[in-house]
Design a protein around this ligand. Structure first.
Ligand code: SF4
Length: 279
């Protein structure tokens, strides 16, 4: 059973050949220092929020990185309601308020066809009649919200929650918080509600995409057939790390079904695009 995440779905939909290189062959170039720095900052922020949710001290981390501390303080000031009940974590009491379940880095899994989906919610707040998925983003809020609404992260996270709980689609929502400060602007948020129509659409799209993947993997394994490449006209190849391997660099935009005879020595397992893995 192949384990999949929203990142793999995104890549599979964008370019099946990229999925092949990344996840069937585990090839990639190294991430740039700037990209690594952003990843590190993001993982520190997530760790800090998790520690805070668990009631562990965070002062030491903030002292090491004042900018991180400033972002966390601004976030808590902007959305105090999110943190008001955190001390009730994992407790069961008689009142309605204490029947709220909340957990940072909350993992869920779902088997769909022959695939195992794993999602990790940065924070899940589950009340008796409603549940919110919260996600921290360390890049600026996009001008248009459509692409994030249509992203596999939004669609898969909501789908998995409904499929693995008693909540109806109308009872769940997903909110992104864009926590890195932009000048004097406070942290921004985007909330997406859910409904049965969206749930059915996601199921249909997943079914179709995974049936294709099963077919492609079968042919890749049995006959050595490569997964399809995206159309050149999409311009995705221009910024793709596999452009050389695919003969799609700007000066060699000739599609080739053949791989180089040998794997270049500077190709490494693609750690940068492997999703968060919970322990
Ligand atoms: S270079 Fe183009 S065809 Fe090749 S993996 Fe990247 S996006 Fe796909």
């Amino acid at each position: 059973m192949l384990r999949l995440s929203q990142t793999q779905l995104k890549i599979l939909e964008e370019c099946p050949r990229k999925f092949q290189h990344s996840y069937l062959e585990l090839l990639a170039t190294t991430a740039s220092p700037e990209h690594k720095e952003k990843l590190t900052w993001g993982s520190h922020f997530h760790l800090l929020m998790q520690q805070r949710e668990l009631g562990l001290p965070i002062e030491f981390i903030i002292q090491q990185d004042p900018e991180l501390g400033r972002c966390v303080a601004a976030f808590i000031n902007t959305a105090p309601e999110l943190f008001a009940n955190s001390e009730n974590s994992d407790s069961l009491r008689d009142s309605y308020a204490s029947r709220i379940f909340r957990q940072a880095e909350h993992p869920r899994t779902l088997i769909f066809q022959d695939y195992l989906f794993t999602v990790i919610y940065d924070l899940l707040i589950a009340e008796p009649n409603a549940a919110q998925i919260l996600d921290w983003k360390t890049y600026p809020r996009p001008q248009k919200s459509k692409w994030i609404a249509e992203s596999w992260q939004t669609r898969l996270y909501l789908y998995v929650l409904v499929e693995t709980s008693d909540y109806s689609p109308e009872q769940v929502s997903m909110t992104y918080w864009f926590v890195q400060l932009q000048g004097e602007e406070p942290p921004q948020k985007l909330t997406f509600d859910y409904n049965q129509t969206e749930h059915d659409r996601t199921k249909q799209d997943l079914t179709h995409l995974l049936q294709q993947l099963t077919d492609w993997r079968q042919r890749y394994t049995d006959k050595g057939e490569f997964l399809p490449q995206v159309e050149i006209s999409s311009n995705l190849c221009d910024s793709c790390q596999f452009a050389t391997r695919c003969n799609r660099t700007p000066d060699t935009k000739t599609p080739s079904p053949y791989l180089p005879a040998e794997t270049p020595t500077d190709w490494l397992p693609n750690l940068a695009i492997i999703d968060e893995i919970f322990i």
